[in-house]
Structures are given as C-alpha cells and as structure tokens.
Design a protein around this ligand. Structure first.
Ligand code: PMP
Length: 406
C-alpha cells in the first residue's frame, strides 16, 4: 500500500512537470568548467550552473592540502565533534572563519543546510517565547529550522524594510526577536538592505542572523561577504556561510560572539549528534579560505566575466531578470516544460549544461535558467552560450516569455 501511495505522489509530481531528473555530470579536474555528461561521452560539455563559483574545487593548493591530510589521517573523522571527531584542522578552520568575519568564534557543520537548520532550531529554544522574522525568499534550510523550532514566525516581504519594521513594531518590546535573512538571494541574484535591517534590529533590540552563502569568497575586500563589503559585519550577530560554493569544498558554518557560538555548540542537536567532517575536507576548506583572504584574482576575474556575459546577453536580446545585481544571472523562461525542453536541447545540440530551475524552487510561471559564469569560462565559452541560448529560445519560442516583466 505504502509503495503505491508513494508512486501516486511521484506521478502527480511528474504530471505537474515538477519532477526532478538528475543529469549525471562528471566535472573534470584541471579542466574547469568542462564536464562529461556520462563517463563514456566523447565530448565534454561546458557547465554553466555550478555553485563552485570561483573554481576553488580544483585549485592546486586545495587539492594538495586534501592529499596531504588523507596521507596523514585517512579518509574519515571517526566520530562526532564530541566523541573523537574534533581533529586539529577544525581548530584552524574555525579560528580562520571567525577572523574573516570579525567575530570571536565560529562553528563548522557538515553542510550549510545543517548549519542553518540546526542553529535556527536551537536559537528558539535558547530564547524562550521568541519570534522569528524571516524574509519570504529565505532558503529551505532556514525555513525548516524555524518550522522545527515550533516558534512563532512572521514572514516579511522580500527585502522590504518598511514591512519588517511594521512587524517588529507590533510585538512587545521585551519579547526576544530574531531577524533571519540572506545577503545574496540565490534565485534572483539580488542583495539585501543589510545596513537598514541591522539598524532596525538595533532599534527593536532584535538578534540578526545573516546567510552569506552566495557571497562568501566573492564579495568584500578579503572575500568575507556583503556585510564586510558594506562595513556592517560588526552589526550582525550571526554570519552564516557555506564552504560548498565559493570555497569549493563542502561544509557550513556560523560565526558570532563566543557566548552565542558556545550556546549553539552546546544545544544544537543537528550539530551534536552527527559525525564531523573528514580531516581532508576541513584541511582543504582551511587552505581555500586562507587563499581567498589574500588573493583577489579569482573574485575580480569572476566580476569581470560576469560583466562580459551580461553585456553579451543584452546584445543578443536575452534579458537577465532585473533583480540581479550579482554574479547570479537568472534568465526567465516562464514555463516548466519549456525550461526542461530547452535545457535538453542546450545539452544535446550545443554542449551546454544548464539545469532548469522549476517550482517549488521558484514560483510557478517564473521557471528559469540560473546562469553562473566563473573565472575559468573563456570569451569563446560566453559566445557559444549566447548563440546556444538564442537558438533554443527561437526554437521553443521562449523569447517572448523571457521578456515578461518580473
Ligand atoms: N543557504 C542558501 C541561501 C543556499 O542557497 C543553500 C544551498 N544552495 C544553503 C544555505 C545550503 O548550503 P549547502 O549547500 O552548503 O548545504
């Protein structure tokens, strides 16, 4: 019976066009951004939707650190942080992350998802009777953390400071308040009004939790993110990040004052009861962060290539969604099936891998491609992407959809 119910559910999803199919994609080392779609394919394709924004997953210093740590300490960590899994690379990485964000302490988790989920779940328990103010476009890991905390939640309109203030003002001044938002929103590529939100938090005595997952490594003078770029990192209580995107490896983290971090370390079950990351992973993250602190070349190349791609798309009449102010260039398609078909044709005919972004990741009717150029994409890659998109948009008559106002 259970199998049939599950099957029916999946069939409903398929009928709605929202069923996810994975492309088997083997990204080739030393060959970024090229990948083989399956192991036996003769021709590599160009990847245009990777979150390995700076190509750090293949950087020689990162690979070397990983190899060395494997030789010294093997493959796995052997336990949770509390029971034998706190190897010395953790100390180095957490100190380095805290320093990066100008905070007293940091805590590393196996994933960015887990760091949001576990922290937000436990904050509501540390601050009884609190209310969480959450941007309506916050990531699933944030939403899940808040929902599992069973605390009250007030959702404010995306990046709408006036709405947030209205919601804050409606609460008793003494009630604990937590504002949760992101710096760069991953599907629209826009930036939060961090300074204004920090000012509101001060006015209403609220705690702030900022997800910088899509900014880490790419923005700010030493790559510490948008809050650092704006000079307001000191006014945010928690800065959260991932090591799976700009840093190029895997893992998530939070940084904050020492007492706040110690409280999460002590109470977050999603931190306590899971195996810690392998030494080689943490060593690689540490070296990648150290590199990005002192090297501007990857991020300036990313921004230069983003400008080139923006200009090339504009010239070809392919609009990037107006919201985008960052390296994330969303191109609206507006229909799930067309988005899937277009992705298939881009892959088969043009050797371009762009994953369709469909509901529920984005609202129905705003299905899109989320294009990410990286320092390693060449001008020839950019030209062939624009040619491929133009051909496919003509073929499926998408151009008029993409022109809809967003
Ligand atoms: N926060 C945001 C805004 C994200 O987009 C993501 C993942 N895409 C995460 C958190 C989770 O990070 P990770 O992939 O490291 O688990």
């Amino acid at each position: 019976m259970y199998t049939q119910i599950a099957e029916r559910k999946v069939n409903q999803l398929k009928a709605s066009g929202q069923y996810r199919e994975f492309v088997t994609i083997n990204r080739l080392n030393h060959n970024y951004p090229m990948a083989l779609v399956n192991k036996k394919a003769e021709h590599p394709v160009v990847v245009w939707c990777s979150n390995d924004y700076l190509g750090m997953s293949q950087h020689p210093v990162v690979l070397e650190a990983m190899h060395k740590a494997i030789e010294l300490y093997g493959a796995g960590s052997g336990g949770s942080r509390n029971i034998g899994g706190s190897h010395h690379y953790y100390e180095e990485l957490e100190a380095s992350l805290a320093e990066w964000h100008g905070k007293e302490s940091a805590l590393v988790f196996p994933t960015g998802y887990g760091s949001n989920d576990a922290t937000l779940q436990c904050l509501a328990r540390i601050f009884p009777d609190s209310i969480v103010f959450s941007d309506e476009l916050n990531h699933a890991s944030i939403i899940n953390g808040i929902v599992s905390s069973k605390t009250e939640k007030a959702v404010f309109k995306h990046n709408d400071v006036a709405h947030l203030e209205q919601l804050l003002a409606a609460q008793h001044p003494d009630r604990p308040k937590i504002i949760v938002f992101e710096s760069v929103y991953s599907m629209d590529g826009d930036i939060a009004p961090i300074r204004e939100i920090a000012a509101l938090a001060k006015k209403y005595n609220a705690l702030t939790f900022l997800d910088e997952v899509h900014a880490i490594g790419m923005y700010g003078p030493r790559g510490a993110g948008i809050a650092a770029d704006l000079g307001v990192a000191g006014e945010i209580d928690f800065i959260q990040g991932t090591m799976a995107k700009g840093i190029g490896v895997i893992g998530g983290y939070i940084t904050a004052s020492a007492p706040l971090i110690d409280s999460v370390r002590s109470f977050a079950s999603g931190f306590i009861f899971t195996t810690s990351l392998p030494p080689a992973i943490v060593a690689a993250c540490s070296v990648s962060v150290a590199h990005l602190k002192q090297s501007d070349s990857e991020r300036s190349a990313l921004h230069a290539k983003t400008a080139l791609l923006r200009a090339a798309l504009a010239e070809a009449g392919i609009p990037v969604m107006k919201s985008s102010e960052t390296h994330i260039l969303p191109v609206l398609v507006g229909e799930a099936q067309k988005c899937k078909n277009a992705a298939r044709r881009l892959l088969d005919k043009h050797g371009i891998y762009l994953q369709p972004i469909n509901s529920p990741t984005v609202p129905v009717g705003t299905e899109r491609f989320r294009v990410n150029v990286t320092p390693n994409h060449t001008e020839a890659h950019i030209r062939s992407l624009v040619e491929g998109l133009s051909e496919v948009f003509e073929y499926y008559e998408i151009r008029h959809l993409a022109l809809q106002p967003t």
